[in-house]
Ligand binder design. Structure first.
Ligand code: PLP
Length: 368
């Protein structure tokens, strides 16, 4: 093959199984399938956002605003930064990719934690750079060890907070000390995809740290709490000089016009996001109570998902699929005994718990 060796070595990202695929493969009706596999908001976009999407459709004959003026202005106002400090992405995955494109050369190193989000190693490897995986501490980031792993070749450190798939979370004070201690020639990508799900007392305005730490990049997304995963919009907040580099390597129209309009409306609909976060906490409680009753362990989560310790995860995953419940195997994250389940609506959580009870129980005759 003609592609570089480091590209051929990439193990492609494995997404959650789509509802349509399961329906096709197992002959199930789509309406009977519960998908709790990709940490999406089970409520869908808010009514205001749906209206904004409908209104934006008429404009799709034109190219989008490549500078995302309206959305960037709203984000800059929200976070108290300059508009030039905001970079929009085709999902926040795009931001992660753009950082590696703009800053990693073959031979450079990027540091991330064991069990951290799968896109960090993928994006690093695609540039021919070397990924340095730091052993986790109690499944979460070991920031001391990550700091110790930084070498003169390190260009980027990735930190997911909360982390997916473990749901672990670092307190702002611990994180702030880490940011202050990282050498000034190393970028810190702070991935806050689940920030909106934190309790208000846990929220922290990390973007305000950028002024003092110009190598800090805060990345967030409209895919999770805002319910816009299908439209692909995320953003990064960073120093103007860093943003300038990302803008050089991004596609000129990387965020489409419908997505920009939807994200702008979603950002303004704070009540909807707050209600989503509140329902998520109730759903987490429901799942934890149900798992407790089944005697099944889990990792306390700060996101909209729960890492469940199940033993033979591959078998349980398959049994759940046959019952029309899609969750996420995480063996590729070095967690072969766990499954990750997204918090769904109350009825979906109930479906999951009852399917799980059957899947792990003594399946009587006739059950497969
Ligand atoms: C879901 C997720 C993202 C971003 O997804 P996008 O849809 O590309 O915005 C980023 N980081 C983590 C840790 C995630 O779980």
């Amino acid at each position: 093959m003609l592609s570089p060796e480091y590209v051929r070595r990439i193990a492609p990202y494995v997404p959650g199984k789509p509802v349509e695929e399961l329906a096709r493969e197992y002959g199930l009706a789509e309406k009977d399938i519960v998908k709790l596999a990709s940490n999406e908001n089970p409520r869908g976009p808010s009514p205001r956002v749906r209206q904004a999407i409908a209104d934006a459709v008429a404009g799709v004959t034109r190219y989008p605003d490549g500078n995302g003026f309206a959305l960037k202005t709203a984000l800059a106002t929200r976070f108290g930064v300059e508009r030039e400090q905001v970079v929009l992405g085709n999902g926040s995955n795009d931001i992660l990719e753009l950082v590696t494109q703009a800053f990693l050369r073959p031979g450079d190193e990027a540091v991330y934690s064991q069990h951290a989000f799968a896109v960090y190693p993928l994006a690093t490897q695609a540039r021919g750079a070397t990924g340095v995986t730091v052993a986790a501490r109690e499944l979460g980031h070991d920031l001391d060890a990550m700091h110790a792993a930084i070498t003169p070749r390190t260009r980027i450190v990735f930190v997911a907070n909360p982390n997916n798939p473990t749901g672990t979370w670092l307190t702002p004070s611990v994180l702030k000390s880490f940011v202050a201690a990282v050498p000034r020639d190393v970028l810190i990508v702070l991935d806050e995809a689940y920030n909106e799900y934190l309790r208000p007392a846990q929220q922290c305005d990390t973007a305000s740290w950028i002024a003092k730490h110009p190598t800090l990049i805060v990345s967030r997304t409209f895919s999770k709490a805002y319910g816009l995963a299908g439209l692909r919009v995320g953003y990064g907040l960073m120093d103007i000089a860093v943003a300038d580099m990302l803008n050089r390597v991004r596609q000129p129209f990387n965020v489409n016009s419908v997505a920009q309009a939807a994200a702008l409306a979603a950002l303004g609909d704070t009540a909807y996001v707050e209600e989503s976060a509140r329902l998520n906490l109730a759903g987490l409680e429901q799942l934890m109570r149900g798992l407790d009753a089944l005697g099944i362990g889990y990792v306390p989560s700060h996101g909209n998902f729960l890492l469940v310790r199940i033993g033979d995860a591959a078998m349980v995953y398959d049994r759940l699929l046959r019952k029309g419940v899609i969750v996420r195997p995480v063996a590729n994250y070095g967690l072969p005994e766990h499954l990750r389940v997204t918090v769904g609506l109350e009825e979906e959580n109930r479906r999951f718990l009852s399917a799980l009870r059957e899947a792990v129980g003594n399946t009587g005759p006739g059950e497969s």
